[in-house]
Design a protein around this ligand. Structure first.
Ligand code: ZN
Length: 726
């Protein structure tokens, strides 16, 4: 009595990766439609089954297709775009801006096709994805014949496929409805990470995942920084935080979990979450070593993933499986940790379980889908073969085999590769299209990298346009006297604040780029404690638009924005040629004086701890900043030019220290005022070791400007001059 099947695979070293880790040599597998109907010793199977096609496997290894438990497949098109950076600079500085510009349905389809070609070649039959336009990814994957969990990304930022998270949630809902029940695609929802979402988004994603009974794919505890921030802000590590938002009530696939403690491991195991371990990505981004052996000891399902090909930089699961074993051994100082059989199990049956699809794929068992591969273990790099210990077969695959040893791949009963030839994709055509996309991205980045301003804009976020400041500076020898003067009846104090300020000036080789200032303002309360911290980023114009003597400055800032990243992030992203730190204590008053509003700042320099003039020379050495001195004497054009020219004609009547008479002729609307949203006029009066700064916002008052210029100039030449002319 023989039964009819479609395909009979004979003369193979069959590694089933089933619950008993059965091996058959020589073994055979019978496939009917999309299902494995028989598996066992060859003699038994060929007696029972007749096939349309019988394939002699030539003593190759026949094993389940490999499961790539975490990736972002369209990022094949961003492979090698920018490397050797920290995760935040890499992601926020390069990946997200390029994605915002380039990622379209066509982009993700091409990237997915490339990834499918690469993965089929290396024996992957199932992958777990997270990206944008996931509907197009699912379509390209299904067309290529691969199996995948396709997770639609949700983030709190605008994404290439959605202006807001509400739009992505609506998209995800439709996407899931459309693909639910497809033979190859399992739709999923993918809130990117706790740090890139909000509690509201996490809860909404968990609700959708539960409503449709689909997996929820998320990055968890990838870096120590992420966990530290979560502890600081929420008072708990990441796993309890996502649990609090209901995330663990869904079928979770948690990528990374590098920095999780034993309590978190137990929590994840308790809710049957799957973990996707990504050793290459963790090594390359120096994220740390995930406690894989501990996870396995506690019964967690741990799969292995490549992560996106922009952070790996390939989709080679053979390399990943080997690293999973090696890294576990090295990081635990234990050569028995994660042995070959376990590593291979993580890349097959356990990986499928981690993706909540262990019932359909991951091992060669009767009733499971026919997802299988043939691996040639006869090449010279993998010979000879020992048969005494069954673990030898796993060691051969994990420690010596290469992805290029994969010769044939079947998914869902259909061949996708025979004898190294791809049957569902045109590789040459895909490579040509990928080259064209790379050229466009190169051109975009070359243009962006030429300007600090465009790099700043590329980071996104809210920004204000240009502002102007006129500052009058004077040295104050008796700060207490000034504080007393602020109580003068003609001065009305609208607000008074005390700050501790940490500035970092980023200087660039090309002076026309301007200077970028990262400022952290610590608001100090009456008890002397830090009450509030805010950070801002300001792109200042060239050194000075104009400067009169050493006391009156006109400067321009081209952009200001809240600084949402660390100062380290900006240093690494903007790559300044020099960074100058300045620390000062600032008393700030917002006053009304003669019907005009000003800011008055009394600054005490903490660092550099030397008189200001000396500090300026120390901090801005002439040989390194050659543009500073000529700029001071000969401003280029526009407002600065005219301020400086006018200043040369002024003379203070009382002390002969400076010149002020022609000031009214200055035209402040001369340059750059079109489109200006904010005008500010700041007077900085500078004296060692403290400064006094006046500023006025929202319009210029030339009478006040003249008064202040006059008083500053008098102060410059006359020690007896009353600074405020009250
Ligand atoms: Zn990832």
């Amino acid at each position: 009595m023989t039964q009819k099947v479609n395909t009979l695979l004979t003369n193979a070293i069959v590694l089933t990766m089933d619950g008993k880790m059965n091996q058959y040599d020589p073994g055979a597998v019978a496939v009917k439609d999309d299902v494995i109907v028989a598996i066992g010793p060859e003699a038994e199977i060929i007696k029972e089954y007749m096939a349309d096609e019988t394939i002699d496997c030539g003593n190759k290894v026949l094993m389940p297709g490999i499961v790539n438990a975490h990736t972002h497949v369209p990022m094949t098109l961003l492979r090698g775009l920018e490397d050797d950076l920290r995760l935040d600079v890499w992601l926020m500085g390069y990946m997200l801006p390029v994605e915002r510009e380039f990622v379209t349905p066509e982009f993700v389809r091409l990237g997915t096709q490339l990834a499918c070609a690469e993965q089929i070649r290396s024996g992957v039959t199932t992958f777990n994805d997270m990206y944008f336009f996931e509907d197009d990814i699912a379509q390209a994957t299904a067309d290529a014949g691969m199996r995948a969990v396709c997770g639609q990304s949700i983030m709190k930022y605008p994404a290439p496929d959605a202006a807001s998270f509400e739009v992505s949630l609506a998209y995800a809902r439709e996407f899931i409805k459309k693909w639910k029940g497809h033979p190859l695609i399992i739709p999923a929802i993918a809130p990117h990470a706790p740090y890139s979402t909000t509690p509201e988004i996490l809860r909404a994603c968990a609700d959708i995942a539960k409503e449709f009974d689909v997996p929820l794919h998320i990055h968890i505890s990838e870096t120590a920084f992420e966990v530290e921030t979560m502890r600081e802000e929420q008072g708990m590590p990441v796993v309890p935080y996502v649990k609090k938002q209901g995330v663990l009530e869904a079928k979770v696939i948690a990528a990374h979990c590098v920095h999780v403690d034993i309590g978190e491991i137990k929590t994840l195991q308790h809710v049957n979450a799957g973990v996707a371990h990504n050793p290459s990505s963790n090594l390359k981004l120096a994220s740390g070593f995930a406690p894989i052996q501990k996870m396995l000891d506690n019964g967690l399902n741990v799969g292995i993933g490549t992560d996106g090909p922009a952070s790996n930089n390939d989709l080679d699961m053979f390399e990943e499986v080997r690293l999973a074993s090696f890294v576990a051994k090295a990081s635990s100082n234990d050569p028995t940790a994660v042995p070959a059989a376990t590593a291979l199990l993580m890349a097959t049956r356990m990986g499928a379980q981690a993706l909540h699809m262990g019932d359909i794929t991951g091992s060669l068992e009767v009733g499971k889908r026919a997802d299988l591969i043939l691996v040639d273990t006869s090449p010279v790099h993998n010979s000879p073969r020992f048969r005494r210990n069954p673990n030898g077969a796993y060691a051969q695959l994990v420690f010596a085999a290469k992805s290029t040893d994969v010769t044939d791949v079947m998914v869902n009963g259909k061949w996708l590769m025979r004898a190294h030839e791809l049957l569902t994709l045109n590789e040459a055509d895909l490579l040509r299209q990928a080259r064209e996309v790379a050229q466009k991205i190169d051109a975009f980045l070359i243009e962006r990298e030429q300007s600090v301003l465009s790099k700043l804009i590329a980071l996104g976020g809210s920004m204000e346009q240009e502002s102007f400041e006129v500052q009058v500076k004077v040295k104050v020898t008796e700060p207490d006297q000034l504080v007393q003067k602020m109580k003068h009846p003609e001065i009305e104090i609208n607000a008074h604040k005390h700050y501790h300020q940490y500035d970092e000036y980023h200087m660039f080789a090309e002076p026309t780029q301007g200077r970028l200032r990262f400022r952290e303002d610590n608001l100090i309360n009456e008890k002397g404690e830090v009450q509030n911290v805010r950070s801002r980023l300001t792109l200042l114009g060239q050194q000075r638009e104009g400067e009169i003597g050493r006391d009156v400055l006109l400067s321009r800032s081209r952009f200001l924005a809240p600084a949402v990243h660390t100062s380290r992030f900006y240093r690494e992203y903007f790559k300044p040629t020099q960074v100058i730190p300045i620390e000062k204590d600032r008393l700030r008053w917002h006053i009304s004086y003669k019907e005009t509003e000003f800011f008055v700042n009394l600054d005490h320099m903490k660092q550099p701890d030397i008189p200001y003039e000396t500090a300026r020379h120390a901090a801005f050495p002439r040989d390194q900043e050659p543009h500073l001195e000529p700029q001071r004497r000969r401003p280029e054009s526009g407002v600065g030019q005219r301020v400086a020219e006018s200043a040369r004609r002024w003379r203070c009547g009382s002390c002969d220290a400076g010149l002020h008479r022609d000031f009214d002729s200055i035209d402040f609307n001369h340059k750059g005022h079109k489109g200006t949203r904010r005008k500010s006029l700041t007077f900085v009066i500078l004296r060692d070791p403290s400064w006094l700064i006046f500023s006025r916002q929202n319009g210029f008052n030339q009478k006040i400007l003249r008064d202040c210029l006059c008083c500053a100039l008098r102060a410059d030449g006359c020690a007896r001059a009353d600074l405020l002319q009250l």
